[in-house]
Design a protein. Structure first.
Length: 192
């Protein structure tokens, strides 16, 4: 008897569940069914560009399982594109966590898991906060990390000294506060 299937963590339901080609007049054609966990794997790895190990952690599955899901999703999508078939996103067997971590440095957000985080998995910053499901508002749901269009807000482009005003270009994945001002030795702050 096979082991029962584990529920995968999905951040939110996809807003659109059906994609069809421009010339799809034949309603009898069998659509390609993309499972919700395959959709989430594509979203995490290809859309948000999160490494497989971290993506697997976010979904609450092992890395080999994540890889199999990702390969299956890519194969189905390529088949639909080449053969001009409809894609239906199906499935309801997932769990959604209401607690989320948010990095104050880079804005990266992820759901709470069994593992407690001290640092952001994206930029390794320790400036993170925990949002409970009750405090998440619609503004957060429109962010790119939630599958939305994004707020147009990103990490700062310039690190600036709050004391003397010295400016330094921001280095990716390095928090501004980890860099000290060469003039007065004060930790820099993010600024645009």
């Amino acid at each position: 008897m096979p082991r029962p299937r584990r529920y995968r963590r999905i951040l939110k339901n996809p807003q659109i569940r059906c994609f069809k080609p421009e010339n799809d007049d034949d309603e009898t054609q069998i659509p390609i069914e993309l499972n919700i966990d395959e959709f989430e794997a594509i979203r995490l790895r290809d859309y948000l560009d999160i490494q497989q190990k971290k993506s697997a952690e976010l979904m609450g599955i092992s890395q080999p399982t994540f890889h199999r899901i990702l390969v299956s999703a890519r194969k189905k999508i390529s088949l639909a594109l080449i053969e001009g078939k409809r894609i239906l996103i199906v499935g309801e067997d997932f769990s959604m966590s209401k607690n989320r971590y948010i990095c104050n440095n880079c804005g990266f957000e992820w759901i709470k898991q069994e593992k407690e985080y001290d640092k952001c998995p994206d930029c390794q910053s320790d400036d993170i906060i925990i949002e409970t499901g009750d405090s998440i508002n619609e503004d957060l749901l429109s962010r790119k990390s939630y599958g939305g269009p994004g707020l147009g807000v990103g990490p700062p482009r310039i690190c600036k000294c709050p004391e003397c005003g010295f400016e330094y270009p921001k280095t990716r994945a390095v928090p501004c506060r980890n860099t000290k001002c060469p003039r007065c030795e004060t930790p820099l702050c993010g600024s645009d």
